[in-house]
Structure formats: structure tokens, C-alpha cells
Design a protein around this ligand. Structure first.
Ligand code: PEP
Ligand code: MN
Length: 337
């Protein structure tokens, strides 16, 4: 971190700033220029509040030269993280396909969809039991019963289950879940992030709809700082001025995250677009851009789905897509050597 001081800073204030930084174990290199004096801060500056230092009378500007996230940072962990889930894995060269209904609606529904997506090549079953809905009058999910139905579907197919945790109070119910999803709306629910950081199940963090890469990675950092290194990131589109699609899928997130972090990257073209006919082209683009996996909503009767029908693929449409994605992934691997 670099602190640029105003001209002729008050000596007493400068000494107290230096003493305060040194107390925190920071080593300070001072360069005195013609115009300004610059302090180069060396050491662990991740806990320093940039705005607090910038607000001091003697400070002109503060610049971070290193990212505030450490555990999630590829600089400190060059190898890709591979998250093991049952006998499958996320990251490390495999293509993960998470598929299933937006909401678990009944045991029959989720078991039938799980069997269909498994037969098409899906590697995980994704379905919501606790649903974050914009309207309090919309279907809120089956709750704990929905989790039981997901477990039946896992039993029937062997597919590990991914499902959303909305609130701290639900955590005890998630003991048998394979991957805990933190939804876009909860990406910065820091208590929730801290809680899932203190247990050892993998956690998939969806990008908040207006979150920057750094904010998203800081959410991963919350989980990792608690000791849980099994974090997966999911790009699900961000809010822009464009309303034709539900959100705008930020494809650049894939190579950018690949550079900034070692964590696996999943892309969700279903929530990103809100339209089933846009799922295939964007899923293919995500695989070509190097995503570790996809999250695709599949429903056996989209017209009557209790949630997100318009963006859900029928099993008959998911089947050729999943097969194509697995082939495309193989071809990309061959092309990249
Ligand atoms: C979901 O995955 O079902 C969901 C609600 O998505 P998001 O949190 O990305 O809006
Ligand atoms: Mn959904």
C-alpha cells in the first residue's frame, strides 16, 4: 500500500500515523520527493482501512498495490483449487454440469428430473428448497421437506446435491447437503458467509447482481478466512441497463477470475438470461471461455413450474446440450494442449 502525504505534513500527526502502522507490524519505507512524501507500506496491509487513512488531514491519497484478499488470491496459491464432492470434483480440468429444477416441487418431480439430467451427463443435481423470491406472495420453496426430496433424488441417482442456504437458522438442516449455495442476494450476508466458513462443506457463492470482482472475491475470503477452502464461484449475470435479458452475463468474469483466483468458476446461463432459448449459446460460450462448469435449470413442465419456468430447459432440450457441452469441453482441452 502506498500513502501519499500532503505537502509539509504536520510532524506530530505524521509520527502518530507511523507509530500506529508500526504497531500493526507494518514496515514503512519513506521517500521524500520535491512535491510530496510517499510512505511505502510493506507487510500484511489487508486489515488496514484505506478510507480511514485517506481521511487523515496529512494524507493526499492512498493506493493499494496488492489485492485485499489473500486466501482467494492466485498470487499466494498458484495451483487451481479442486473441490471434491462425493466421487466427482469441481475444477482441475473436469466439466461440472449442475442441473435441476429451480425449486423442488414434489418428490416425483425432482426424482424424475434428476434421473433425466443424470442420463444426459449432469454431474450434480441442483434444486432449491428455500427460495429467495422477490415477492412474498410467490412460492417460497418447500423448505425442509424439499431437502428431504433432494436426498431421495440423490439416493436414486447418486448425484450429489447443491442447494441454497438462505438463513443461518437453516444451517443445521444442511448437514447432509453436498454443496451449499449462497445466492446472489446473500453474497454479502457476512454472518452467513462466516457461518459457512466454519464448517467443511463446499460453498458455492453466486455473484451479487451489482458486485465487482473484488467484492465477490472478498465474500469468498470471508468463507476461507474461517478455514473452509472449498469455495466455488458462480457467475449468474449482473444488472445493467439492458432489460431484454433478465441480467447480463459477464463472460469476462471467466478469464478475469482465472487470473485473480485459484477457485473454480461455474457459469449460470439460466438466471443470467431468463430465457430458455438463450441458455444453450451462452453455456457453449462459457465452456469455450474456460468455465469449470455450468448451472442449468431443467424442468419437466416449464409452463407450470412454480419458479423460473421461462428459463428452464425441458429434459429433451437439455440432453443434446449437455452432450454437446461435454464434447466442446473435450475439444477445448485438446486445442489448448
Ligand atoms: C437460484 O440459483 O435459484 C437463484 C435464486 O439464483 P440467484 O441467487 O443467482 O438469483
Ligand atoms: Mn431459479
Amino acid at each position: 500500500m502506498i500513502v501519499i502525504l500532503k505537502r509539509d505534513p504536520d510532524r506530530e500527526q505524521l509520527e502518530s500515523l507511523i507509530a500506529w502502522l508500526q504497531e500493526k507490524g507494518i514496515i514503512i519505507h519513506t521517500s521524500i520527493g520535491e512535491q510530496n512524501t510517499v510512505l511505502g507500506l510493506v507487510g500484511d496491509t489487508s486489515a488496514l482501512d484505506v478510507d480511514l487513512i485517506a481521511a487523515l488531514d496529512i494524507v493526499e491519497d492512498v493506493k493499494r498495490v496488492q489485492e485485499p484478499y489473500k486466501n482467494a488470491n492466485r498470487k499466494f496459491h498458484p495451483e487451481d483449487t479442486v473441490v471434491k464432492v462425493g466421487n466427482t470434483q469441481i475444477g482441475g480440468g473436469a466439466l461440472t454440469i449442475m442441473a435441476g429444477p429451480c425449486s423442488v416441487e414434489s418428490e416425483e418431480q425432482v426424482v424424475a428430473i434428476a434421473k433425466a439430467v443424470k442420463a444426459s451427463g449432469a454431474t450434480m443435481l441442483r434444486g432449491g428448497a428455500f427460495k429467495p423470491r422477490t415477492s412474498p406472495y410467490a412460492f417460497q420453496g418447500l423448505g425442509a421437506v424439499g431437502l428431504e426430496y433432494l436426498k431421495v433424488a440423490r439416493q436414486e441417482t447418486g448425484l450429489p446435491i447443491v442447494t441454497e442456504l438462505m438463513d443461518l437458522s437453516q444451517l443445521p438442516l444442511f448437514k447432509d447437503v453436498d454443496v451449499i449455495q449462497i445466492g446472489a442476494r446473500n453474497m454479502q450476508n457476512f454472518d452467513l458467509l462466516r457461518a459457512v466458513g466454519c464448517q467443511d462443506k463446499p460453498v458455492m457463492i453466486k455473484r451479487g447482481m451489482s458486485a465487482t470482482y473484488e467484492e465477490w472475491l472478498m465474500s469468498a475470503e470471508y468463507v476461507m478466512a474461517g478455514g473452509n477452502e472449498n469455495v466455488i464461484l458462480c457467475e449468474r449475470g449482473i444488472r445493467t441497463f439492458e432489460h431484454y435479458t433478465r441480467n447480463t452475463l459477464d463472460m469476462a468474469a471467466i478469464p478475469v477470475l482465472r487470473k485473480l483466483t485459484h477457485l473454480p468458476i461455474i457459469v449460470d446461463p439460466s438466471h443470467a438470461t431468463g430465457k430458455s432459448w438463450l441458455v444453450a449459446p451462452l453455456a457453449q460460450a462459457a465452456v469455450a471461455a474456460g468455465a469449470d462448469g455450468l448451472l442449468i435449470e431443467v424442468h419437466n413442465d416449464p409452463a407450470h413450474a412454480l419458479c423460473d419456468g421461462p428459463q428452464s430447459l425441458r429434459p429433451e432440450a437439455f440432453d443434446p446440450l449437455a452432450k454437446k457441452l461435454l464434447r466442446l469441453h473435450q475439444v477445448m482441452r485438446e486445442l489448448e494442449g
